[in-house]
Design a binder for this molecule. Sequence first.
Ligand SMILES: NC(=O)c1ccc[n+]([C@@H]2O[C@H](COP(=O)([O-])OP(=O)(O)OC[C@H]3O[C@@H](n4cnc5c(N)ncnc54)[C@H](OP(=O)(O)O)[C@@H]3O)[C@@H](O)[C@H]2O)c1
Length: 341
Amino acid sequence: MKQYRLAVVGATGMVGQEFIKILEQRNFPVSDIQLYTSDGSAGKKLYVKHQETIVKEINHESFAGMDIVFFSAGTNVSRHFVATAVRAGALVIDNSDAWRLEGDFPLVVPEVNIEDIIRHKGVIVNPTSPVIQMVVVLSPLHRVNPIKRIIVTSYQSVAGAGLTAIEELTTQVRQVLDGQPAIPRVFPHQIAFNLLPEVDVFMDTGYTKEERKLLEETRRIMHAPEIEVSATCVRVPVFIGNSEAVHIEFTHPFPPEEARRILSHAPGVRVLDDTTVSLYPQPWAIAGTDECYVGRLRKDSAFKNGLAMWIVADNIRKGAALNAIQILEEIIKRDWLVPGG
Ligand SMILES: NC(=O)c1ccc[n+]([C@@H]2O[C@H](COP(=O)([O-])OP(=O)(O)OC[C@H]3O[C@@H](n4cnc5c(N)ncnc54)[C@H](OP(=O)(O)O)[C@@H]3O)[C@@H](O)[C@H]2O)c1
């Protein structure tokens, strides 16, 4: 089997670390791995497949000879270095939001629109985490009964804001329990024992950029520009896992038992739905796993032809690192590493 030379930019981060872990777990065919960060972590030792690997500071020479580069170090780093990596001949999977709302790069969730990777010109974009889990669950339903409208409220874990946010929640929980003031640094207000209806920046419309991504990215990935989406994204004091309350209006009536039957066979989806024993997906319980979980499936009482449901997934795995690796596995399977290949 062919082996690939791979670079990870942002290797010490939440997503970068999970990416390396999943490469090992899935035995991804890697012959050489290079790890890049800012100068702050350069020189650190990380272990990949039990081999000590020294982290290096990224520069414009970092990508020579690489087949694949995974960027997960924020928007500015991607904007600055992605073009260099492509010119060096690598396929880039970009996990930042540099090109999620603009640009022509394919935005891909393998269970939904894998065919879009064929038109890659060297860059494929990993979508926003709450979008990924929502489209994995909704697209099998949309295929049999087109969706007209979605109202979604997301409950997003602090892991989505990186390692410093995990530290902030941990510290603040201790500060509050010790009767000390909790000092916010990453988030605009205290996150411990609190909820913040603010994920990413506010826009002129009154929605946040994260909420806009739920509209725009959903339409692009599902190839459904007519779907209306109204989102409210809430940061919650949960370490890992995004949860979503989703209300969907379909074109025709959708009996809940029919939706449950379709979802029980859908790729990447697991139904956890038995209210008689309080069975429904919870972020704490599913952290570290790969599927998108759905429960509380019921007829929506406000929408004609509506369903309501509760969707939960690990935002670091399926919402970021795992989705990127699944894209790469599909590309390798089809021999589409080279654009137009
Ligand atoms: N966490 C999530 O759920 C999630 C989901 C989807 C997408 N994302 C996106 O993925 C990216 C990384 O997120 P994360 O949660 O892993 O963040 P993180 O834990 O804060 O890690 C950031 C990583 O980027 C590196 N980095 C920062 N500035 C850099 C620079 N100037 N040059 C090179 N490397 C630099 C850091 O290296 P140092 O150790 O040197 O600081 C670290 O390895 C972000 O774009 C984020 O929006 C995150």
